[in-house]
Design a protein around this ligand. Structure first.
Ligand SMILES: Nc1ncnc2c1ncn2[C@@H]1O[C@H](COP(=O)(O)OP(=O)(O)OP(=O)(O)O)[C@@H](O)[C@H]1O
Ligand SMILES: [Mg+2]
Length: 260
């Protein structure tokens, strides 16, 4: 990794994103230092997934800058976004597995992109990565629609971390899962963060998950980060938006509701 200890690993500055006349992001700033695990929280529809796609260059933005280890995304060697995708592991909301490929090949997909690899070698590696998330060889040879939601999520996480990325992006890794499976996924993410020492940004509605996997938390509201701080200060943030989010998650009411 390039950059000094003071250079943020991931830095979003003044992100603006509009769809037609509607402004979704209105000057969003977010900083993650190397090895940080930042949770981005906020009500449904506030622009969390959009910010994630803008950061990765999957959606064009109207203004702002994105830097990885101090380098503007567009100046990363060999065509910005592509190079970035090689150094990043991404879990999309809804998993985004290829339904026409068996699970092992979904995982191997990331490995093929890191350099030439024989199919047999990719298979073995994919099996190892899947075992790390608790999926056996039988599951590895099934197709995504044949797996339960929790198993698909595990497979998508295995794919995200397969190439030992420097940057990890998880969009709602535990949504729609029962509490036990969600806790397993949290442990997996925690393990990835510690083992790979990857700088991680996780978008989540799940307060239990925030407390387990993140060291810092950022609250998105009205297109901007309205509070940012260590996870230990989540319960004394002094931010009405954060308090509402925490209260909503704790007493079962909602500040926007989980996504489908
Ligand atoms: N491609 C698009 N075209 C037009 N509008 C879009 C597009 N993508 C997102 N939006 C709008 O941007 C807003 C933010 O969407 P986004 O998916 O980022 O919300 P979110 O915070 O991730 O919500 P959730 O928690 O439900 O996943 C929404 O109003 C959505 O309708
Ligand atoms: Mg979303």
């Amino acid at each position: 990794m390039t950059g000094s200890a003071q250079t943020p690993a991931i830095e979003l500055r003044g992100l603006v994103k509009r769809f037609g006349g509607k402004t979704v992001l209105d000057g969003m700033d977010l900083t993650a230092m190397a090895g940080d695990s930042v949770a981005v929280i906020g009500a449904s529809g506030c622009g969390k997934s959009v910010s994630f796609k803008c950061a990765l260059g999957l959606l064009p933005m109207d203004a702002g800058s994105v830097r990885f280890a101090g380098t503007p995304r567009d100046e990363l060697p060999s065509s910005g976004s592509q190079a970035l995708m090689r150094r990043s592991g991404v879990l999309f909301q809804g998993n985004a597995l290829f339904d026409s490929l068996p699970i092992w090949e979904n995982v191997a997909f990331a490995l093929f992109h890191t350099g030439p690899m024989r199919r047999a070698e990719a298979y073995e590696l994919a099996i190892t990565k899947l075992a790390e998330v608790g999926l056996d060889e039988r599951a590895a040879n099934l197709y995504p629609p044949e797996l339960s939601g929790g198993m698909q999520k595990r497979a998508a996480i295995a794919r995200a971390v397969a190439a030992d990325p420097e940057f990890l992006f998880f969009d709602e890794p535990t949504s729609g899962l029962d509490p036990v499976t969600a806790a397993t996924i949290d442990r997996l993410i925690e393990d990835c963060v510690t083992r790979l020492r990857a700088t991680t940004v996780t978008i989540t509605h799940d307060l239990a998950s925030v407390r387990k996997i993140a060291n810092r938390v950022a609250m998105l509201h009205g297109g901007r980060i309205v509070w940012e701080g260590p996870v230990s200060e989540l319960d004394r943030s002094g931010s009405a938006h954060v308090e509402q989010f925490v209260r909503g998650r704790t007493d079962g009411s909602s500040t926007g509701g989980p996504p489908p």
